[in-house]
Design a protein around this ligand. Structure first.
Ligand SMILES: Cc1cc2nc3c(=O)[nH]c(=O)nc-3n(C[C@H](O)[C@H](O)[C@H](O)COP(=O)(O)OP(=O)(O)OC[C@H]3O[C@@H](n4cnc5c(N)ncnc54)[C@H](O)[C@@H]3O)c2cc1C
Length: 301
């Protein structure tokens, strides 16, 4: 019998654009190698958060200073996933952390290239002691259910999509988690893996499996016929297929949850490979069934 997630009480919108929280930057550090170009510059940022309660899997809104050149109105808020555990990085429930990568874009109309995104660059440029305004928390769907303790969990991330899992894993292990958790994490290069040392430190736990997929380190997809990927690069869905003997038994359980967070579009390949594994278990529409049962959680942007 399928076991959908048991909801827990989740607070939302304690601070809104009309009553934002003034926050101080307590810590900011680059997580990726400085040898990498600015679009690989990802920062871990710790903010003071008086009065803000949140759960990993929720996001905060950041209100950048200044005005939108197009509308002339104040800048709109942008969302950033919380990357800290419930008690925050300092364990005192007084901070919230996030991980931000510098965004750049090309304007096809004007031909201008590498235009810095407003809020991500604002955040990545901030220094300890800077103050700005945040809102939140928002999001109810992507958190751990109340009864996560014995469930197997499959966490799939690309890039900054790793944020929620950092906090979730810390909470889970602090609360006596007994299921099996897979963390399958895709980035471009070995020196752009975010929080790698922290995930490595869980490696001696028998119920934690950490698998990375590096798309630009030259490793090719050995299964292009089974799991096609662009230019036969190594992506998370290839790793899932490669490790199907380990992951399959968890997918077969009626209470397992699959979480995906990161680049919009990643979910297509992950659904396909889950269905392919499902086919081997005589369940070709496994991802559809898991979605229908509320066991497939998605946060892509
Ligand atoms: C639920 C959720 C969680 C998220 N979590 C994270 C996270 O943890 N970490 C993270 O780094 N990001 C996260 N994001 C993405 C984040 O919210 C921002 O979208 C991202 O940082 C880019 O914002 P920006 O202000 O830097 O870019 P912007 O300046 O907003 O530019 C974004 C896009 O807007 C368009 N654009 C902007 N200006 C113009 C213009 N003048 N003319 C035409 N087009 C224009 C371009 O297509 C550009 O690519 C999350 C998003 C969501 C929805």
């Amino acid at each position: 019998m399928a076991q959908p997630a048991t909801q827990r009480e989740i607070l939302c919108n304690l601070f809104k654009s009309t009553n934002p929280l003034r926050t101080d930057v307590l810590e900011t550090r680059r997580l990726t190698s400085p040898r990498r170009p600015p679009n690989n510059d990802a920062r871990h940022i710790v903010l003071s958060s008086p009065g803000l309660s949140y759960l990993p899997g929720q996001s905060i809104g950041v209100l950048p200073e200044g005005f939108d050149a197009r509308s002339g109105k104040p800048q709109q808020l942008r969302l950033y996933s919380v990357s800290s555990a419930t008690k925050g990085d300092y364990g005192d429930s007084k901070t919230v952390s996030t991980v931000v990568v510098r965004h750049f874009w090309d304007n096809e109309e004007t031909g201008e290239t590498s235009i810095p995104g407003v809020c991500s660059n604002y955040l990545c440029d901030c220094e300890v002691g800077d103050r700005f305004q945040i809102t939140g928390p928002v999001g109810k769907r992507f958190v751990l259910p109340a009864d996560f303790h014995q469930r197997d969990l499959i966490f799939v991330a690309t890039g900054t999509g790793i944020a929620p899992y950092r906090g979730m894993l810390e909470d889970m292990f602090a609360q006596g988690y007994e299921g099996k958790v897979f963390l399958i994490f895709g980035v471009q290069y070995a020196d752009t893996i975010l929080y790698d040392d922290e995930f490595q430190s869980y490696q001696d736990r028998p119920n934690f499996r950490y698998i990375t997929a590096l798309s630009r380190e030259g490793e090719r997809n050995p299964f292009p016929d089974d799991v096609p990927t662009p230019r036969e690069k190594m992506y998370v869905q290839v790793r899932i297929w490669q490790h199907r003997e380990e992951i399959g038994p968890s997918l077969e359980k009626p209470d397992t949850l699959v979480y995906q967070c990161g680049l919009k579009g990643m979910e297509k390949g992950v659904f396909q490979v889950i269905d392919k594994i499902g086919t081997e278990m005589a369940e070709p529409d496994l991802s559809l069934r898991m979605k229908a049962e509320g066991r497939m959680l998605l946060e892509v942007y």
